[in-house]
Design a binder for this molecule. Structure first.
Ligand SMILES: Cc1cc2nc3c(=O)[nH]c(=O)nc-3n(C[C@H](O)[C@H](O)[C@H](O)COP(=O)(O)OP(=O)(O)OC[C@H]3O[C@@H](n4cnc5c(N)ncnc54)[C@H](O)[C@@H]3O)c2cc1C
Length: 416
């Protein structure tokens, strides 16, 4: 019996654009096949292949979207294989209809005697809850196997063995839980993926599907769907999938450098590790997180700016950013904490962080959660990124905190 703690996403098919020789477009700028296909379709509508406005593909698609001509994005399709996801996740996923096609493992046809299960993110890392949960899975599987055997007996008069098995399995699967692992092939166009990913990576979405939406985003980012625009210094979006920041990490190589170390910290200390980009003095953008999906994940959304100064990362922003004290006070007055310190106490934490190079918040931002943040500075000491570890306060005693802080050093040095 296998237990999945994260989904496995594999790209099965991606757009491949074959430009017709008699309608060549005057392309400007870098682009993927999917983008070219969309631009080609848009230009065909007006026979504007000469590109009279000399727009780059990215600008062209941006303009198309502003004009509400989004259907041209529907030509670019991606097919993904999702494994290690639960039946409850796919039940939610298949609600996305427009522009989607699905093919899912059949529980009537396929024997589930060796079924795998998906550990709900909410219980991961809690040994007692996981043990109790596993017991339930064992019991359900045993009941399934027994029921298949009995039903095969009961339907022994059905001559067609394949049909007999189906009859037994379709009834016996009713005892299998929502957490049973399944596999599904999903094909969708860029416009449809965007709608689904926006909905399912938001705070309101269920945790497992959120985790899956983020994994899909990572996969699509590797496909060139999501990009960082150096000139505009903003996160853009080849096919307007979502304003996510992975592009900068991938292009700079930071993702490759930081992720293994983030995983190492997370595994060694049993914490979740978050990497955020400082957008401006008032907001932080969560770029990426790794870890055991603590309930802190309920508070964060990848790709969404969060208000500051809040928690340990807020202290770091105040300590290493350029805001004046009155500006900080104005910002501080607007942000909610679980147990908000006074502004004087906050300034004392800022002073400590300036001296020590890190900040700790013991449960005053989120109840029962300790946050440890360190800054990632550019060579000219500009605050670029903040790395934050989050764990249950009762697990993070002072010695553990110090070890954690030391462990983060290589990530910060690698990032600089
Ligand atoms: C946080 C969250 C909680 C949810 N909770 C529940 C719940 O408790 N119970 C429940 O049943 N569902 C729930 N859902 C599912 C939700 O109601 C939608 O079914 C799902 O999000 C798919 O959205 P959609 O219909 O916009 O997507 P798609 O089917 O992919 O459609 C995309 C867009 O195409 C258009 N469109 C598609 N079909 C039609 C149509 N027939 N007529 C007109 N326009 C159409 C709409 O503009 C639509 O937004 C939840 C979803 C989320 C994200």
């Amino acid at each position: 019996m296998r237990f999945y703690t994260e989904p496995v996403v594999t790209v099965l098919a991606r757009p491949q654009f074959a430009e017709p020789a008699h309608l060549k477009v005057n392309w400007i700028g870098e682009s993927t096949d999917g983008e070219r296909l969309a631009e080609f379709a848009g230009r065909l509508c007006y026979m504007s292949q000469k590109n009279p406005a000399t727009r780059s593909t990215r600008d062209y698609l941006e303009n198309i979207k502003k004009q509400g001509h989004g259907s041209v994005l529907e030509h670019a399709n991606y097919s993904l294989l999702l494994e290690g996801v639960s039946r409850s996740l796919t039940h939610e996923l298949v609600r996305h209809r427009a522009g989607f096609a699905y093919s899912q493992l059949s529980q009537r046809y396929v024997d589930e005697t060796d079924a795998s299960f998906v550990v709900p993110p909410a219980i991961q890392g809690d040994a007692a809850m996981e043990a109790a949960w596993r017991l339930q899975m064992d019991g359900a599987l045993a009941a399934y196997v027994a029921m298949v055997e009995q039903l095969m007996e009961r339907y022994s008069w059905v001559a067609d063995k394949v049909h007999r098995r189906k009859m037994a399995r379709e009834a016996a699967r009713s005892v299998l839980p929502n957490g049973t692992e399944t596999k599904i092939v999903c094909t969708a166009n860029a416009r449809a993926w965007r709608t689904m990913l926006e909905l399912r990576s938001s705070e309101g979405a269920e945790q497992e599907i959120r985790r899956c939406a983020v994994a899909i985003l990572r996969t699509l980012q590797a496909e060139g769907f999501v990009r960082y625009d150096e000139a505009a210094r903003s996160y853009s979006v080849s096919l307007h999938i979502l304003e996510l920041a992975y592009g900068v990490l991938r292009r700079s190589g930071l993702m490759d450098l930081a992720r293994p170390l983030m995983h190492a910290i997370s595994d060694t200390h049993g914490v979740s590790v978050y990497l955020s980009k400082v957008l401006d003095p008032t907001s932080l953008l969560l770029l990426d997180w790794v870890g055991v999906a603590f309930r802190t994940d309920l508070y964060v959304t990848v790709g969404r700016p969060s208000p500051v100064p809040a928690g340990a990362s807020g202290v770091i922003m105040a300590a290493f950013g350029n805001s004046s004290e009155p500006e900080l006070e104005a910002l501080f007055s607007k942000v909610a904490w679980y147990q908000k310190p006074s502004f004087t106490e906050f300034l004392a934490r800022v002073k400590d962080a300036k001296k020590s190079g890190f900040a700790v918040d013991r449960g005053t931002m989120f109840q029962g959660i300790t946050l440890v943040s360190v800054p990632v500075l550019s060579p000219s000491w500009e605050l670029l990124l903040i790395l934050t570890a989050a764990g249950h306060s009762h697990d993070l005693e002072p010695e553990a905190l110090e070890a954690l802080r030391q462990r983060k050093k290589p990530v910060v040095e690698a990032a600089c």
